[in-house]
Design a protein. Structure first.
Ligand code: IMP
Ligand code: MG
Length: 182
């Protein structure tokens, strides 16, 4: 993908759906959710790369109980803005999760296939407990009946970018969530 100018790059961002301020205001809800899980056993925040890296870094700073952070990469292959249905775990965790309360941090639940695959894998490793926090949820698009334990925002069936989410690898660094349209 190439862009002739910054204007062309930004012309594909049609409108802001969730502002940086709105995101900031919701983050403490996720921090409290995680703090409340703590019972003396450590908490492990598992960020699903790449989309959740911005969300993880903000959530982590709202947590006040002992927690560790690990990364996993799951790729859902996209044809343009539609999921192809194929999910690959391209980087696995490097630690034993059996002594942790695991909290999976996701950017968005769309068809639900990524979440279903990762949950299935991690549950076989017997964590003390298992919860999922997602920044965004697009329930209209669900193919696999699955939901997060905490979702910060429900959005309609739009393709969005920013705050970690990309189109073709771009726009992850926008501080807000915006609708992408070509
Ligand atoms: P699912 O497996 O269909 O639920 O898709 C989950 C993954 O698809 C997310 O973690 C994102 O990486 C990507 N995805 C789904 N919807 C969007 C979107 O609107 N914008 C950017 N990425 C998306
Ligand atoms: Mg993702």
């Amino acid at each position: 993908m190439e862009f002739a100018s910054k204007n062309e790059y930004m012309s594909r961002i049609s409108r802001v759906i969730i502002s940086a301020d709105e995101i900031r205001q919701r983050l403490p809800v996720a921090g409290k959710f995680i703090d409340d899980l703590y019972d003396g056993h450590p908490i492990l925040l598992v960020s699903i790369l790449k989309g959740s890296f911005v969300f993880l870094s903000d959530i982590a700073r709202c947590v006040t109980v002992p927690c560790e952070i690990e990364f996993m990469e799951a790729k859902s292959y996209y044809e343009g803005t539609k999921s192809s249905g194929v999910v690959n775990i391209t980087m696995d965790l490097k630690c034993d999760i059996s002594n942790f309360h695991v909290v999976m941090i996701e950017d968005i639940i769309d068809t639900g296939r990524t979440l279903a695959n990762v949950i299935k894998l991690l549950k076989t490793r017997k964590p003390l407990s298992f919860n999922v926090i997602t920044l965004l949820d697009k329930p209209e698009r669900r193919v696999v009946p699955i939901s997060a334990d905490l979702s910060l925002f429900t959005i309609p069936d739009l393709f969005v970018v920013g705050y970690g989410l990309d189109y073709g690898g771009y726009y992850r660094n926008l501080p807000y969530i915006a609708e992408y349209s070509e």
